[in-house]
Structure formats: C-alpha cells, structure tokens
Design a protein around this ligand. Structure first.
Ligand code: SF4
Length: 261
C-alpha cells in the first residue's frame, strides 16, 4: 500500500456521490479522455498540472500523506455519523492510484466510516481488488457500451468495465450503483442506452442513476488552454430526460436523476 498520493481537491459537506453528508477526496490522474469531462485538470498522468486562472498560475495536485489526509477528513466525523454519510474517493480515475486509495479506504474502514468510490472500471481487476475489502459502496459509471466506439471516443476497454462491474456485484458487502452520464452525441443514442439497460438487467440490477450533462467544467478548459469541444452543446430538456428514463423503465429498470458527472 502506498502512503502518499496526489490529491487535487478535498470537498467537504457534499450531498452528492453517496449517501448523507460526505467528504469527497479527488485523486489526480485519469487515462481516459471523455470529451465532456467536468474535471479536465484531473486527467492524464499522476503528476501536478498547472493552469492560469484570473491571470495567476496555479498548481493542481498536491502530494498528501494518507495519515494526514485521514486526520483532516475525520474532523467531520460527527457529520458523517449524524447524517449517514462518509467518505467518497473520486477522481480522475481512482484506480490509477489504487494503492494509495486502498490505504485510505482501509484506514477509514477501520475507523468505522462509510466508504465509497466513484470509478469507470478502466483498469484490470487486480486494481479494484485492492480496494474492495474496505468498501461499502461503489458508484460505477457506464458510458459507451460499443467496444470500438468506447475505445475511439474515451479510450476505454469495455471488457475491463464489464469485468470490474461483475466482480463488484459478486461482493455481497458492497452496494453497487450504476451511473450513466447523459451526454448528447455520445451516450444518449438510443442504441447505447438500450445496450446499457439490457446489460444491467442481465446482471439483475433494478435501478440506475442518470447524470444529465452540464457545463460546470467549461471554464476549466480555458484555464488549461485546452480546446473544449462541448462548449456549444445545450443541456438536455426535461422532455429529453423523460424520454431517456422511459427507455430504461420500459425494460423494467428504475431510474434516479443524480448529481454531477
Ligand atoms: S473518466 Fe472521469 S475524470 Fe476521466 S476523463 Fe472521463 S469524466 Fe474525466
């Protein structure tokens, strides 16, 4: 297990990304390239990134010792306990720093704190296996099911995604919540949504969470000096979201509209 990891944000008092009041620890590093990514500063290697914000150069990512981070987060333990909340480790892609995440989760687990991760399952199984003994909940993103399109658009191997999800579902102590970012032009094609609905149904999953597209990350691309191809893409209307919900509900999969992707 690794004692030190690269963290780019610690967000307290979150009511997204797991139950109750939570602290979200965002780990730096993600091998994928989702064009809609709302945390582009987290992408690429596990090393700090720089951006220019309001004319000032800022470093994104700080190396943190696991023990120090746990001590900091545990100051909010009272909120976790009284609200049924806990700690969620997000990214980036959490599996890119699996050893560090494992160390953190083990410590929180030993302290009796509810633990969750957000992941896309982008790595071989040995990565997630380091985390599962200490996890209560996994928020598992399903994006594009066609293997060629998934590789071409976001650079993910769908066979890893399926392997990870199916392994997690077999762990009785873990609550697995599949989440689907609804991204116009990428994930919202009817064939993709039907493929996701059929797949989760085949695994016995009865509910998914839907994460509608938003533009909250767009200014970050300017700070980074990166091209943001989704800049002019409108958010989905209520009617479009209802139509998407119906695709799942027609296949007897319930939907829940969730927080931010
Ligand atoms: S997996 Fe998440 S962090 Fe990585 S590129 Fe996609 S949206 Fe961004």
């Amino acid at each position: 297990m690794k004692d030190e990891g690269l963290v780019f944000n610690v967000q307290r008092y979150s009511v997204h990304d797991g139950g109750g009041i939570r602290t979200i620890i965002f780990l730096k590093g993600c091998p994928l390239a989702c064009p809609w990514c709302a945390n582009p500063e987290s992408r690429k290697a596990v090393k700090p990134t720089f951006w220019i914000k309001n004319g000032k150069k800022e470093k994104i990512g700080e190396w943190r010792k696991a023990d120090d981070l746990v001590d900091e987060v545990m100051k909010d333990e009272i909120f976790f306990r009284t609200s049924g909340g806990g700690v969620t480790i997000s990214g980036g892609e959490v599996l890119m720093q699996a050893d560090f995440a494992s160390k953190l989760l083990k410590e929180f687990h030993q302290l009796g704190v509810h633990t969750a991760i957000e992941t896309t399952g982008a790595f071989p199984l040995d990565h997630i296996k380091k985390l599962t003994p200490y996890l209560n909940q996994v928020l598992f993103d399903l994006k594009i099911m066609n293997p060629n399109r998934a590789r071409e658009v976001i650079g993910i191997d769908v066979s890893y995604v399926k392997e990870n999800l199916e392994f997690l579902l077999a762990q009785e102590h873990i609550d697995v919540i599949p989440r689907i970012p609804l991204i116009p032009g990428y994930t919202t094609h009817i064939q993709n949504l039907e493929a996701i609905a059929d797949y989760v149904k085949s695994l016995g999953i009865e509910e998914v969470h839907l994460l509608p597209f938003h533009q909250y990350g767009s200014s970050k691309y300017e700070y980074l000096g990166w091209n943001y191809t989704m800049k002019d893409v409108p958010t989905l209307s209520a009617a479009e979201i209802d139509n998407i919900k119906k695709i799942f509900e027609d296949k007897k999969v319930q939907t829940n509209i969730d927080g931010l992707e």
